[in-house]
Design a protein around this ligand. Structure first.
Ligand SMILES: [Zn+2]
Ligand SMILES: [Zn+2]
Length: 119
């Protein structure tokens, strides 16, 4: 009776410049510094586990911040779409004199608004 069991852990095949290596490299790089390999990495080299972890963590944080900035920009654009110039020179959103305090508060935060002001 053969009692030997081989456990094979699945890992994705890495690609380089969008192409696979000459021989398949199966490895799951650490996603952030909570990965135990970050702490355990001592033989530092280019793209070692601790560097992979730190770069992946920074990339994830920057993507998260970029997502929040996009949400903020959408909210600002929505406010500015409401507080725009009406037919009689006042603000359509709040009936204040145009530009109203709400528009003045957020207009300089809008990428689109500042870009259109420069044209
Ligand atoms: Zn290292
Ligand atoms: Zn207004």
């Amino acid at each position: 009776v053969n009692t030997t069991t081989t456990i094979e852990l699945w890992a994705p095949t890495l690609t380089f410049n969008g192409r696979p290596a000459p021989f398949p490299i199966r490895y799951r790089a650490p996603r952030d510094t909570t990965d135990p390999r970050w702490q355990a990495c001592h033989e530092h080299r280019t793209a070692c586990d601790c560097r992979e972890a730190e770069w992946a963590e920074q990339l994830a944080e920057l993507r998260s911040e970029a997502h929040l900035v996009r949400l903020m920009e959408e909210a600002i654009d929505a406010v500015l779409a409401i507080h725009r110039k009406g037919d009689h020179g006042g603000c359509r959103g709040c009936l204040h004199r145009y530009p109203c305090p709400t528009r003045n508060l957020v207009a300089h935060l809008s990428w689109l608004e500042t870009w259109e002001a420069k044209r």
